[in-house]
Design a binder for this molecule. Structure first.
Ligand SMILES: [Zn+2]
Length: 155
C-alpha cells in the first residue's frame, strides 16, 4: 500500500467494506465494475499487491494473476453478452497493476476500433455512472458468470 496511490486507496475502501463497485475478491486481485459504464460491463481487475509492472511481480503470482484476468474476461463476455472482449493494462495514470476489461458490442464506437476513439468527455461523463439498481444487476450478473467460470476451471 502506498498512500498516494489511487488504486491502493480504492482497495482500502474494499477492505473497509465501503466500495459499492466490488464484485468479488480473487486470490491475486479484486474484480470491480468501473465507475463509468459508457461501455456496459466495463470491469477492472486490480492487483492486490502494489506493483507497477507485471514483470516486477513474483513469477508464480504473476501467472496466477494472468489466469484470473482471463477468467474475469471470460465471465464478462458471458455476463454482458459481448461481441468481442478488450483487455488492456496501461498504468500511465495510476501505476498500480490493473486490467481494463471491456465487453464490446458491435457499433459501440463511431468506427470499429479501440475505446479510445470515443471522446473521453463522453466516455467518462457523469451520466455514464450506473444507477444504484443497475449496478446491483450488473454485479449479480457478473458474479453468476464468475461462479460458472471458476467452476469450469476448477475441474
Ligand atoms: Zn497501489
Amino acid at each position: 500500500m502506498t498512500n498516494d496511490c489511487f488504486i491502493c486507496q480504492r482497495i482500502a475502501l474494499i477492505k473497509a467494506n465501503k466500495n459499492p463497485y466490488l464484485v468479488r475478491e480473487l486470490p491475486t486481485g479484486y474484480v470491480v465494475l468501473a465507475d463509468t459504464q459508457y461501455f456496459r460491463g466495463y470491469t477492472l481487475f486490480l492487483a492486490k499487491e502494489h506493483v507497477t509492472e507485471l514483470h516486477l511481480m513474483d513469477p508464480a503470482v504473476k501467472i496466477q494473476f494472468l489466469k484470473e484476468m482471463s477468467w474475469v474476461s471470460e465471465a464478462c463476455a458471458i455476463a454482458f453478452k459481448a461481441d468481442k472482449m478488450n483487455i488492456e493494462m496501461l498504468g500511465n495514470g495510476d501505476s498500480h497493476a490493473h486490467w481494463h476489461i471491456l465487453p464490446r458490442h458491435n457499433g459501440d464506437t463511431p468506427q470499429p476500433g479501440p475505446i479510445w476513439w470515443v471522446d473521453p468527455a463522453i466516455m467518462y461523463a457523469d451520466n455514464t455512472a450506473p444507477a444504484p439498481d443497475d449496478l446491483l444487476t450488473m454485479k449479480k450478473d457478473l458474479n453468476q458468470a464468475l461462479d460458472e467460470i471458476l467452476q469450469k476451471y476448477s475441474r
